[in-house]
Design a protein around this ligand. Structure first.
Ligand code: G3I
Length: 302
């Protein structure tokens, strides 16, 4: 196959991209995005600050621009993200305790109702563990509502859209030996044992000097899959875009039956949140980088 999406589809997987609504009038951008990818994540537009800027007033204008572009072009959509310590609107940042807990529940219900039946995977909770060696939860206003906030979010999400796969998503959790990875693993194992509705785990896979790719990523994916959840690579970018490292990540996913697909976090380097890392598959002018060819070859079976 000659495009990333078609090549991934050979094994029943998707190859996705983060899309920014503000770039949808750039034809170089949309031409590449439409040609190469068959899954879309809104880079910012489905986040809490975008979808509920005022308490009780939902706004899906930007989210729907991304969603509709994706679906009109035949792509599936990953939802990102419902409960997160970051990118909260000011009104939510100022809440705490039972009021915040209820606001989280109302937010999940409001956004999932709008997209009910139309989102394949939802990142229900994002980035709840702290970096470093403690394996602890990240301190946040949501965490301070009680340690059960994550399972409440998942139970709320299941009721709001029973057909969506419900994911927990985090970064720096690719290395099997990291305390953060092990903490996330213990949470997912506990949720599966107690019947908390979780279907998938998203590994953001932002690889850089501080979080280098390690070949035990495959062990990580396999270990989570063995708990009875699907796994996805949700925000892939690699500082310097080493073709070898990109191919390794693709092959790690392909080696795990429950790895649903891979999403790269932007189209061209100039679209990246870390453009100075030149971490993506396309140059600023839209031409394919060596990493693109490495990914395509890997998806085509090497
Ligand atoms: O839209 C405003 C613009 O009006 C304003 O002039 C400008 C000034 O700073 O800011 C613009 O908003 C920025 C937005 O991106 C759109 O470009 C925000 O400041 C900026 O904070 C925001 O950054 C996003 C970041 O999440 C916020 O947490 C990045 O685009 C986005 O790529 C990044 O994505 C996250 C995932 O959601 C979760 N995992 C990590 C990943 C990378 O940080």
């Amino acid at each position: 196959e000659s495009t990333l999406g078609a090549a991934a589809a050979q094994s029943g997987r998707y190859f996705g991209v983060a899309i920014a609504a503000g770039r949808l009038n750039d034809s170089t951008y949309t031409t590449i995005a439409n040609r190469e990818f068959n899954s879309v994540t809104a880079e910012n537009e489905m986040k809490i600050d975008a979808t509920q800027p005022q308490r009780g007033q939902f706004n899906f204008t930007a989210a729907d621009r991304v969603y509709n572009w994706a679906v009109q072009n035949g792509k599936q959509v990953r939802g990102h993200t419902l409960a997160w310590h970051s990118q909260q609107p000011a009104w939510m940042q100022n809440l705490s305790g039972p009021t915040l807990r209820q606001a989280m529940i109302d937010h999940i219900n409001g956004v999932m109702a709008h997209y009910r039946g139309r989102i394949v995977e939802w990142d229900v909770v994002n980035e709840a563990f702290v970096d470093g060696n403690s394996g602890a939860r990240r301190d946040s206003n949501l965490q301070r509502t009680g340690n059960d906030w994550i399972e409440v979010a998942f139970r709320t999400a299941r009721a709001a859209d029973p057909n969506a796969k419900l994911c927990y998503n985090d970064y720096n959790v690719e290395n099997w030996n990291a305390a953060k990875t092990q903490a996330m693993y213990a949470m997912v194992r506990d949720f599966k044992q107690r019947g908390v509705p979780i279907d998938c785990v998203g590994f953001q896979a932002h690889f850089n000097e501080g979080n280098p790719y390690n070949s035990n990523f495959r062990t990580t994916l396999q270990s989570f899959a063995a708990l009875g959840v699907d796994v996805s690579v949700t925000e892939l970018d690699i500082q310097g875009a080493s073709p070898t490292t990109y191919a390794n990540v693709i092959n790690d996913c392909l080696a795990v039956a429950r790895c649903l697909g891979i999403t790269v976090w932007g189209v061209r380097d100039s679209d990246s949140w870390r453009s100075h890392h030149t971490p993506l598959l396309f140059n600023n002018n839209g031409s394919k980088k060596p990493a693109y060819n490495a990914v395509l070859d890997a998806l085509n079976g090497g």
